[in-house]
Design a protein around this ligand. Structure first.
Ligand code: GLU
Length: 493
């Protein structure tokens, strides 16, 4: 069997979009599954819109997601002369021709067709110009485009789409399409094919929005005598109102870097994205990389569009809740050492990272992450909601402050009393920390909950969290005692 060769050819005109990332993932999965190659090719021929920043953003996004490629990045602009040579070759072989029709002429024909309610297609006027006529027009300096000569055949042309089945069109429905602009610049449609032929691409997995090009591209492959690759067109991703997800409408939530900044685990996002438009046919949702590579097939890519459960403006969650559920799953179940690596940059960003977390306090750090992760959704939660574990200056949430502290004036005395008793304990462990708190509540004749909830607020700033006494021993006696003693600072003067 010949090697499968796939490509991801983003246009560097913005950041890596989650739709683009999904395309990259499908190509990557298929390359890995078949033991083939993934080629990264930056389609940067649109000089006005392509930026270096965007190229860097795409590379960073792919790296972050863990999508590795085997060749490239190649840049389409490096092959401009090849695109021109290929167009010239089609002209030389009589498979394309120069068209001198003016815009005004074509517009008039289009309008006339619209009036007659017939569909417009270029009528092939210049197809039959004699070589002399062409030479004269060129000598007169008339501008021209190059059009592909669609074979004058009866019947249909098409391809077998691995997702959608047979896609066909009548030859007679396809107009002689433009492949080189009057500026001499080859059209994207042609460049894309020339590059895919040079890169020996065997499979093209891309969005259904590119299908408008595919039949014409099949004609180009045939004209170049090159094998036509296997096509698999993937469904689009729409929002709840059936609009294509886009930066203009949805803002940053369509950007991969947004998920990175908001504390997503790369594989959680990848797993979620792959399932937006592909399923194995059973209910399985969470896959390891190896499992997904094994399970992935082109045939099980959905035919119909997938829904990204997010509506701009009235979203309760900052993105599709299912994406968050995927992140929670991985955050709460992944090996703790791997989680620690992912949490580190978020603590660093908040200047609450300590190198000892990788040294003599590593055990403590790992067990702390394990203790607090059960309620967390995203990695930033460790630095925000979990700040009290890593720093002494942490915010106290309004709700528990009001409900569990300010409502009980007595705590101002009781918690410092508890602090004294904690300080005096021979051994500060979960059992005797709890017993001491309960004994104090009994002596004072207050509900244990008042002491415990007050303590939780003062020690962590949060309304809820893991078992209080596990928290105490994790944060450590010294800090607990000082926070309990400091309760008065939470009351207004
Ligand atoms: N550069 C195109 C895009 O970013 C890809 C076209 C293709 O896959 O053929 O949408």
């Amino acid at each position: 069997m010949t090697e499968t060769r796939l490509r991801f050819p983003p246009s560097p005109t913005g950041y890596l979009h989650i739709g683009g990332a999904r395309t990259a993932l499908y190509n990557w999965l298929y390359a890995r599954k078949t033991g083939g190659k993934l080629i990264l090719r930056i389609e940067d021929t649109d000089a006005e819109r392509s930026t270096q920043e965007s190229i860097q953003g795409i590379l960073d996004g792919l790296n972050w997601l863990g999508i590795d490629w085997d060749e490239g990045p190649y840049f389409q602009t490096e092959f401009e002369s090849e695109h021109e040579e290929r167009a010239q070759k089609l002209l030389d072989e009589g498979k394309a021709y120069k068209c001198f029709c003016t815009k005004e002429e074509l517009d008039a024909k289009r309008e006339a067709a619209q009036k007659n309610k017939s569909t417009y297609g270029y009528d092939g006027k210049c197809r039959h110009l004699s070589p002399q006529e062409v030479a004269d027009k060129e000598a007169a300096g008339l501008p021209f485009v190059v059009r592909f000569k669609v074979p004058e055949e009866e019947g249909e042309i098409g391809y077998e789409d691995r997702v959608l089945g047979q896609i066909k069109a009548q030859y007679s429905e396809i107009e002689d399409f433009v492949i080189v602009r009057s500026s001499g610049k080859p059209l994207y449609l042609l460049c894309n094919v020339v590059d895919d032929i040079r890169d020996r691409i065997s499979h093209i997995i891309r969005g259904q929005d590119h299908m408008t090009n595919t039949i014409r591209q099949v004609l180009l492959y045939q004209a170049f005598g090159a094998p036509v690759p296997v096509f698999a067109h993937m469904p689009l991703t729409l929002d709840l109102k059936k609009a294509k997800i886009s930066k203009r409408k949805h803002g940053e939530i369509v950007a991969v870097h947004f998920y990175q900044e908001h504390g997503f685990i790369p594989w959680a996002l990848s797993n979620f994205l792959v399932l937006l438009g592909w399923s194995s046919g059973d209910d399985k949702e969470f896959y390891t990389r190896e499992e997904l590579i094994e399970a992935f097939t082109l045939e099980r890519i959905n035919k119909s569009n997938s829904t990204f459960n997010y509506q701009p403006g009235n979203a309760k969650f900052f993105t599709d809740p299912k994406a968050i559920a995927f992140n929670e799953h991985y955050l709460r179940t992944m090996p703790i050492e791997e989680l620690a690596v992912l949490v580190k940059p978020f603590l660093e960003e908040q200047a609450i990272w300590d190198d000892s977390y990788e040294g003599d306090r590593k055990e403590w750090f790992l067990s702390t992450l394990d203790l607090i992760r059960d309620r967390f959704h995203v990695l930033t939660d460790f630095a925000d909601l979990g700040r009290a574990y890593f720093a002494d200056d942490f915010p106290v949430e309004k709700k528990p402050l009001k409900k569990n502290v300010l409502k009980h004036e007595g705590l101002k005395e009781w918690l410092p009393m508890l602090a004294d008793r904690y300080e005096a304990l021979d051994d500060f462990n979960t059992e005797n920390a709890e017993q001491t708190a309960r004994d104090l509540a009994t002596e004072l004749d207050v509900k244990p909950g008042v002491i415990i909830n007050g303590m939780r607020t003062v020690v962590t700033g949060q309304l809820a969290g893991p078992s209080m006494f596990d928290i105490l021993t994790t944060i450590g006696r010294e800090k607990v005692v000082s926070r309990l003693r400091n309760i008065s600072s939470l009351y207004p003067d």
